[in-house]
Design a protein. Structure first.
Length: 263
């Protein structure tokens, strides 16, 4: 299996020269006159369609998509984002995807979690990674790799990436209900705050802006508890093609909206 970095470089040069963002020395800064989102959540959709469109291998498309998460995270950080939540693998994916494709994803995630170059980037930019989801449905080697990544980055503070793996919105609600039945059923003081604590995603705060790529205009059960007042932005770009200008456009659109929160 070729190294992740070699595959990304090869694919980027041949099919998507601008996919790997080059930030250079000039940092982007949040416009002081606008309210930029502090928490962005992304459904990075369209990897397989990008592979088909570019007539390349699935491995290359997924490798590029994984690296795009790092690139977009760094760019979001430069725009003042403090939390980035990424839906990396859904419970539906695990149930319905081809086993060979899932094994490919599992291997890529495991390799990425211990990649020295990526770990150094996270360290340099003080990026913490939190792993959230039903990890019991994952292979043991992947669980260990993700646990390693989370432990390695736990003291970083400038940006938090919530990586949702083995996650589904309805499954999260089901998990919460079972926990409530076991602990709060006779508690007259139970309220929204105490209920929230029983979600798998309890540490994920309300989302300011949700971005979905690939042209699909639905949330597919993504963060139902945290998305009540989220602004939605749908990009036609496939995830590997989603770049700097696309993120800036999404943030600009958010900043121009009037968020009333039911008032």
């Amino acid at each position: 299996m070729p190294s992740l970095r070699r595959s990304i470089k090869k694919c980027s040069n041949r099919k998507n020269k601008n996919a790997h963002l080059n930030f250079g020395t000039q940092e982007l800064k949040a416009d002081a006159n606008r309210s930029n989102p502090k928490h962005i959540a992304i459904i990075p959709d369209g990897n397989r369609r990008w592979v088909s469109k570019n007539k390349t291998k699935l491995y290359s498309g997924y490798s590029l998509g994984i690296r795009k998460v790092i690139d977009i995270s760094l760019l979001a950080k430069k725009h003042g984002v403090k939390i980035l939540t990424i839906w990396a693998l859904s419970t539906e994916n695990i149930k319905k995807r081809n086993r060979n494709e899932l094994n490919l994803l599992y291997r890529l995630y495991a390799v990425t979690a211990k990649d020295k170059e990526i770990l150094e980037i996270l360290k340099k930019n003080s990026v913490k990674v939190k792993i959230i989801g039903n990890l019991n449905v994952l292979p043991e080697n992947l669980k260990k790799a993700l646990s390693f990544l989370q432990t390695k980055t736990k003291h970083y503070k400038e940006l938090t990436i919530n990586l949702l793996v083995g996650y589904g919105g309805r499954e999260d609600i089901e998990y919460m209900i079972k926990k409530i039945r076991a602990t709060l059923i006779d508690n007259p003081n139970a309220n929204l705050n105490s209920i929230n604590n029983y979600l798998r995603t309890a540490i994920v705060p309300d989302v300011d802006l949700i971005i979905r790529t690939s042209g699909e205009m639905r949330l597919s059960g993504f963060l139902p508890w945290q998305s009540s007042y989220s602004e939605l932005y749908f990009s036609k770009k496939y995830w590997p093609d989603f770049g700097e200008e696309d993120l800036k456009k999404a943030i600009k659109t958010f900043s121009e909206r009037n968020r009333r929160f039911g008032k």
